[in-house]
Design a binder for this molecule. Structure first.
Ligand SMILES: Nc1nc2c(c(=O)[nH]1)N=C([C@H](O)[C@H](O)COP(=O)(O)OP(=O)(O)OP(=O)(O)O)CN2
Ligand SMILES: [Zn+2]
Length: 133
């Protein structure tokens, strides 16, 4: 029997929306207040949904302890209390939440015990971005 599980993770990070492809004026016109050189922060909420067969012995799609350990190592240790602009892949990509959602999706593709189906990243209470089903 197959099932889905969703787990939420929280981290705080700063960023500045800025593109080297634009002049200072164009950056200001496109990104507005988010182009402020001092940057600003968000309390991001990441929800990952995974799918798999329920193991008859454990009754689980995957052990949340394994998923948490993976998230700590590959997501939270990388991004929590960091400036996203200083980290790959945002050295060359604008750290919008769309691009962050794609990176989170890439990270959890490597989780070995269940298949990633969907990633949602909430930037503020008003903005959330979805990758996948
Ligand atoms: N398509 C996108 N547009 C914007 C993004 C983004 O990631 N993708 N990000 C931002 C900024 O990060 C910005 O900080 C969000 O600001 P704003 O929309 O003003 O935030 P809220 O109104 O939701 O909440 P506040 O009360 O202002 O914190 C902008 N655009
Ligand atoms: Zn922002």
């Amino acid at each position: 029997m197959k099932a889905h599980l969703t787990r939420r993770y929280h981290f705080s990070a700063s960023h500045r929306l800025h593109s080297d492809a634009y002049t200072a004026e164009e950056n200001q016109a496109v990104f507005g207040k988010c182009n402020n050189p001092h940057g600003h922060g968000h309390n991001y909420v990441v929800a990952v949904t995974l799918a798999g067969e329920i193991d008859p012995a454990t009754g689980m799609v995957c052990n949340l302890g394994d998923l948490d350990a993976f998230a700590r190592e590959h997501l939270l240790a990388r991004f929590d209390h960091m400036n996203l602009n200083t980290l790959e892949p945002f050295l060359t990509l604008v750290p919008t939440t769309e691009n962050l959602t794609i990176e989170v999706n890439r990270i959890f593709q490597d989780f070995p015990f269940a298949r990633l189906e969907r990633v949602v990243v909430e930037e503020t209470g008003n903005n959330s971005f979805v990758f996948g089903g």
